[in-house]
Design a protein around this ligand. Structure first.
Ligand SMILES: [Mg+2]
Length: 306
């Protein structure tokens, strides 16, 4: 028996098994296979005797469970084969999905100890606007559109999201180093309004992008309503970094401390909210401000301890 685990061989063996039942009607076949997953799942529960009273660990029939796990997996692979999903694609998606699970778990179980900082993603970590504008120009050029209208930009935006445009962005200058530095001082949460509910691939595109640039946060919050998202956190963040005027002033009005990224001009008419906002142009300014804030905080704690 070969020792190496080989997903491709498993795929081929299942395909060979299925030669007796060639797929004539794809929809019917998929219904049959997915029903099979459920049915074999129930068989697995039965094999384990999960609903017996006073079940003890010693009673579990691992051998029988193994055979049932194989049956569940054979139906799962049958679905993949019917959809022409290769073992390589399955493996890649498996690891991506595992990262998603890690991050989701971390977002619900933030340890205390370090303070929390919340970072916006687009135009704070990822250079979105410049590169999206370039994409729109190319998109229009390819369609011989000389004067782009709003609807063209909207269509381009849809395409951008569907082809995985977010995974092609470059980091904002200084973001990678800045992130690394912040990670030493804070639990980092990313709060983004990217429309993950409308385009499922945004989730994995975003995570693999963050991983690629070594900017893996402790948790990610996906919410267009940033005030609501932060209000749900168990511990209030010490600081929020965002570039959007709307988010900045909404959050400042709710008493969050904000660094308004990419700004250095005074914007009047927002009254008291300014007490909570500092404007920062570059990532070096973010580090400067956070360091000062942490020092101030340490001093305060020192005083309390005296
Ligand atoms: Mg932004």
């Amino acid at each position: 028996m070969e020792k190496d685990l080989d997903l491709r061989r498993i795929w081929e063996r299942q395909e060979d098994n299925q030669r007796h039942w060639p797929i004539v009607d794809l929809e019917r076949a998929l219904i049959e296979f997915t029903n099979g997953i459920f049915e074999e799942g129930v068989e697995l529960q039965n094999a384990l005797g999960l609903f017996k009273q006073n079940l003890k660990e010693n009673d579990l029939d691992v051998e029988a469970a193994l055979l049932q796990c194989v049956d569940v997996a054979k139906y799962v692979i049958a679905v993949c084969l019917a959809l022409k999903i290769t073992p390589e694609q399955f493996q890649e998606a498996f690891f991506k999905k595992s990262d998603v699970v890690d991050i989701r778990w971390a977002s619900q179980n933030i340890e205390t100890g370090k303070p929390i900082i919340i970072l916006d993603l687009d135009d704070v970590l990822a250079s979105y606007t410049t590169e999206f504008d370039r994409y729109v120009l190319e998109w229009c050029r390819a369609r011989s559109i000389s004067t782009p209208m709003e609807k063209d930009a909207e269509s381009a935006k849809k395409d951008f999201r569907m082809i995985g445009g977010y995974s092609l962005l470059k980091p904002v200058p200084g973001a990678v180093c800045g992130f690394k530095q912040l990670k030493e001082w804070f639990h980092i949460g990313i709060l983004t309004a990217r429309p993950v509910g409308d385009y499922s691939r945004i989730y994995t595109d975003t995570l693999s992008w963050l991983k690629k640039y070594d900017m893996v946060p402790d948790f990610i919050l996906w919410d267009r309503d940033k005030v609501q998202a932060l209000s749900r956190l168990k511990c209030a963040p010490m600081l929020v970094v965002d570039d959007s005027k709307k988010h900045v002033f909404d959050l400042a009005a709710m008493d969050f401390n904000i660094l308004w990224f990419g700004q250095d001009e005074y914007v009047p008419s927002y009254g008291n909210a300014w007490d909570k906002i500092a404007m920062v142009r570059h990532w070096s300014d973010v580090i400067y401000h956070t360091k000062a804030l942490l020092n101030e905080d340490n001093k305060k704690e020192g005083k309390l301890n005296e």
